[in-house]
Design a protein around this ligand. Structure first.
Ligand code: ASP
Length: 441
């Protein structure tokens, strides 16, 4: 059995956190491959190492000295090294990096050093081998990860070893270091798990799994114990922030379960993400999670006879697409349809689009509704169970939330309602309370 673990920045913020990681890794002999982020914040006011490295790069770019910031970084690692009682000679690394910085070290390479140094220290601390991500995580020239080559290289390099791998970066075909997007160590972990056909990918962070709703809106929301990959995709798309977007793909492809765990509460089972669950594993709640996003605008086009006229939708979508705007939802009725778009994208070209729509289909009316929010109730158990949508609409209605739009995905995995932004938080709260109450019955 093989478990691949990824620890996020808060799990590596100082020596105390390093000690927790060690305990977690050593408590299970199957935990043989460890991917680490760079040290994150120790407190709210603190700085992430990666942010400080980017700050150094910006100073260099504008010809301003970054000595003080570089020294802050050096001190953070030095403290961890001393407090963990390690001998790894990171002073030499810092000297080399500093010299390289004076001679045009690329921004991405500089940013990657956060993970590099954190993995060096962690490997020493655990007694594992350090395995540089640049040796196996290969990008193609177009910036995409070359999965085949990367997987084969990691399999060769990690065979029979216990290793610590720095997250967040890999190498271009010419050997240059390239970073993934921010938060990308999640992806490194997922790629490593997929490459090694791991039995489990554990993603260790500072929350006990995915919560049923945003804790900034709902007080103390319950954590989700089991969620499918499809449900997670729905929730993430609509605003729940848990993992880096690209994390799920590599492990899902190989059907490897993903477990989100809390380094500060290691006995908590966290959230398990899989393709499907057996009936016994399900907790019976109809809704798995509720998420939402503000900042939508809706363009509603009405034209008598539109339903029997061909090509109207195509023309409208073409116009929107030509402006580089994505249509998120298309609720429709007879002779009327709405295009729901992110305000941020649509706003700058709204009048141009409306003008083109007017000309192309000559509608009876075009109406724009701004400042809309979308709220999605997501749950695999909603499929073919009557009454869920009724309950959602009744709950919102009883609580004075006016529903402006309703759509449901064809797989019955979600029910999406559009509400005014002022009703957003209230809508999420009342839906959460209704479905949680039901779960307890
Ligand atoms: N350290 C990088 C960041 O802050 C990558 C990561 O932590 O996943 O974005």
């Amino acid at each position: 059995m093989l478990k691949v673990l990824k620890f996020g920045g808060s799990s590596l913020a100082d020596a105390q956190q390093f000690a927790k990681v060690k305990q977690i890794v050593e408590s299970d002999p199957d935990r043989r491959v460890v991917v680490v982020s760079a040290p994150g914040k120790r407190s709210k006011e603190d700085h992430k190492i990666t942010d400080l490295l980017y700050l150094c790069a910006a100073h260099i770019e504008y010809g301003v000295s970054c000595e003080k910031i570089f020294d802050m970084i050096r001190r953070r690692y030095h403290e961890i090294r001393v407090d963990c009682g390690l001998n790894t000679d990171i002073d030499k690394d810092f000297e080399q990096i500093w010299v390289h910085m004076q001679h045009g070290m690329a921004r991405e390479e500089l940013a990657s050093r956060g993970e590099y140094l954190s993995a060096r220290l962690m490997a020493d601390y655990l007694g594992f081998d350090f395995l540089d991500a640049a040796l196996w995580l290969k990008f193609r020239f177009d910036g995409a990860v070359d999965k085949e080559a990367s997987y084969a290289a990691l399999r060769r390099a990690a065979e029979g070893r216990r290793v610590v791998i720095p997250g967040f970066y890999g190498a271009m075909p010419d050997g240059r270091i390239r970073t993934l997007t921010r938060g990308g160590s999640d992806i490194t972990g997922a790629l490593a798990a997929a490459a090694l056909d791991a039995d489990l990918y554990e993603n260790w962070t500072d929350v006990s799994g995915i919560l049923m709703a945003d804790p900034g809106i709902v007080e103390n929301p319950a954590p989700i114990r089991h969620i499918t990959y499809s449900e997670l995709r729905e929730l993430s798309y609509i605003g729940a922030k848990v993992l880096h977007e690209g994390t799920v793909f590599p492990v899902r492809e190989k059907n490897i379960p993903l477990n989100i765990r809390n380094t500060n509460e290691p006995d908590h089972p966290g959230t398990l993400i899989m393709d499907s669950f057996s009936d016994e594993e399900d907790n019976g709640s109809l809704i798995t999670g509720i998420a939402g996003k503000k900042g939508y605008c809706v363009v509603t086009v009405a034209k008598t006879g539109m339903s029997s006229e061909s090509g109207v939708l195509l023309k409208l979508l073409e116009i929107v697409e030509n402006h580089g705007v994505n249509v998120e939802y298309i609720p429709s009725g007879i002779d009327i349809l709405s295009l729901v778009m992110a305000e941020e994208k649509a706003q700058p070209c709204l009048y141009a689009m409306l003008g083109e729509m007017q000309k192309a289909i000559q509608p009876d009316s075009i109406k724009v509704t701004e400042h809309m929010a979308i709220v999605a109730a997501v749950g695999r158990r909603m499929a073919s169970r009557p009454g869920v949508s009724g309950k959602i609409f009744a709950t919102l209605g009883e609580n004075g939330v006016n529903i402006r739009m309703i759509t449901q995905g064809p797989e019955e995995l979600n029910i999406i309602v559009g509400v005014e932004e002022k009703d957003f938080a209230q809508a999420i709260r009342v839906l959460y309370n209704t479905f949680m109450k039901e779960r307890k019955l």
